[in-house]
Design a protein around this ligand. Structure first.
Ligand code: BES
Ligand code: MN
Ligand code: ZN
Length: 501
């Protein structure tokens, strides 16, 4: 896909199709009116005929409109004019790309009304156009045996009209968004793969693949079971015990800034399938536990994005990965294990496995004396109860770091919400037999899980993102969403910009 910006009047821009929007009750915005003048009122006459209502989601494709340089004109409903905002614009853009993908149109000029610059500046305009185009054209790599649908012809997307002075900024955004959609494709593909394909070894092979693509700046190291034992990661070993698939601990080291600068460490939960173990889960929707490695995939995709765009930042990715299975050899409720940090853990529920594999990885992060550590995990059902599917959860021992993540989520419409992580929650993890238990009752479950992790991150600036509700969608539209990559990419880009490499 190629992207560019243009500054001539939209009606004069050549392409296979010009895309404009119209509000309900025949109202047009500034961009729509400009085009309408060029076509001598044809758009308005069409609207007043009542053939196009302007409701959200509505589309109308018109061939060869005199006055329009493009081969076709695509009208998109923008809904109520008074309520139009950035979210409405994003939805209109999604609708437009989906409509274009159903045709043989190869190039499109997008001149949809947009929210004001305060809501969407040039950079984020470009970034969103490229990102939404990529996301809307994403197709699951399925194993259906019937005839494949033809791939969309769309290969070139232009955005405008953009003031000449802003064009460089829009292009910068388009480049970032194009890179981001490539990385998001990797993330979504990994999430959507079945667990019999996407195993710990498969994730390790993916990391090696990234190393091959970005040789100059990326180094990968993979620990097998014996290596993990040498690292004394007793909690990761406990989770993997019941599985016939061997575990891996993956370390990715991306150097984009000067060597002496401490890295940012990203940690991702890589449970490639979570049955719950001996504390077996109920059958409904258990298949969705193939998505329990979305934290790991987020880390791989974030490093792919950093390397692809050459971000001037040092990044370390840590991925503990295994399956959680019931078996004669599996870890049992009440078993006590020793983590890599030396602290002992009583495993009261084998289904609280994510925190177990993460605690050993978080402890490993310490050796880098990192600038900060952020972990990503589909960690708790409780986070979905607290925030639904709209916000990822953020918990941190450093409020400034939490704020950076939350604000990156606002800028990218990939939202996250901070939950409190005060001492009381950690106290709920008391065990009679070990330094701590791995569960603490139902109440505040997302936070007590974070409090468990917090016992392994003392002295480091650390934030935890619970993406259980955001990483994938269930139901009829089941699939990986690509979240929270957009947030993370923005967070990393800002951090890199604030640095002296
Ligand atoms: N992977 C799950 C969390 C999860 C569940 C994410 C459902 C998305 C949808 C995690 O390993 C888990 O099982 N957590 C338990 C913790 C409990 C046993 C304390 C949970 O949330 O029920
Ligand atoms: Mn579990
Ligand atoms: Zn899990």
């Amino acid at each position: 896909m190629r992207f560019d910006a243009f500054s001539r009047p939209a009606a004069a821009q050549r392409s296979d199709c010009l895309v404009i929007g119209a509000f309900e009750r025949g109202e047009l915005g500034a961009e729509g009116l400009a085009v309408d003048r060029r076509v001598r009122g044809r758009v308005r006459r069409l609207l007043s005929s009542g053939d196009f209502s302007g409701h959200t989601g509505e589309t109308l494709l018109l061939p060869e409109v005199p006055g329009v340089a493009a081969g076709r004109l695509l009208l998109i409903g923008l809904g109520n004019k008074a309520q139009f905002n950035r979210r409405g614009w994003r939805r209109a853009l999604q609708t437009a790309i989906a409509a274009l993908a159903r045709t043989r149109i190869a190039s499109a000029a997008i001149a949809l009304e947009r929210p004001g610059a305060a809501e969407l500046d040039g950079y984020y305009l470009g970034r969103s156009i490229a990102e939404i185009t990529g996301a809307s054209l994403y197709r699951v790599n399925d194993l259906k045996t019937g005839r494949r649908a033809r791939a969309p012809a769309l290969a070139r997307v232009l955005v405008g009209p953009v003031a000449a002075a802003a064009i460089a900024e829009v292009r910068r955004g388009l480049a970032a968004g194009a890179a981001l959609s490539e990385s998001a494709r990797l993330l979504r593909n990994l999430g959507n793969l079945p667990a019999n394909v996407c195993t710990p070894r498969y994730l390790a092979a993916q990391a090696r693949e990234l190393e091959r693509s970005y040789r100059r700046r990326l180094r990968v190291r993979v620990f097998d079971e014996a290596g993990i034992r040498r690292l004394k990661m007793g909690c990761l070993l406990a989770v993997t015990r019941g599985s016939a698939e061997p575990p891996r601990f993956i370390v990715l080291d991306y150097r984009g800034a000067r060597r002496s600068r401490p890295p940012l460490v990203l940690v991702g939960k890589g449970v490639t399938f979570d049955t719950g173990g001996i504390s077996l889960k109920d059958p409904p929707a258990m298949d969705e536990m193939k998505y329990d490695m979305c934290g790991a995939a987020t880390v791989l995709a974030a490093i792919d994005f950093a390397a692809r765009t050459g971000l001037k930042i040092n990044l370390v990715g840590l991925i503990p990965t295994c399956e959680n299975m019931p078996d004669g050899r599996a870890v049992k409720p009440g078993d006590i294990v020793t983590s890599a940090s030396g602290q002992t853990v009583e495993i009261l529920n084998t289904d609280a496995e994510g925190r177990l594999i993460l605690c050993d990885a978080l402890n490993y992060a310490r050796r880098y004396q990192p600038e900060a550590v952020v972990d990503f995990a589909t960690l708790t059902g409780a986070c979905i109860i607290a925030l639904g599917n709209h916000h990822s959860g953020v918990m941190a021992n450093d409020d400034a770091l939490a704020r950076e993540l939350v604000e990156a989520g606002v800028r990218t419409d990939d939202r996250a919400w901070q939950l409190p992580l005060t001492e009381e929650y950690g106290e709920q993890l008391r065990s009679n037999f070990a330094d701590m238990a791995n569960i603490a009752g139902r109440e505040g479950g997302a936070i007590t899980a974070a409090a468990f992790l917090g016992k392994f991150t003392q002295g480091m600036r650390w934030a935890h993102m619970d993406i259980a509700g955001s990483a994938w969608a269930g139901g009829a539209a089941k699939g990986a969403t690509g979240r929270p990559l957009s947030l993370v990419a923005d967070f990393l880009t800002r951090r890199a910009a604030g640095s002296k490499s």
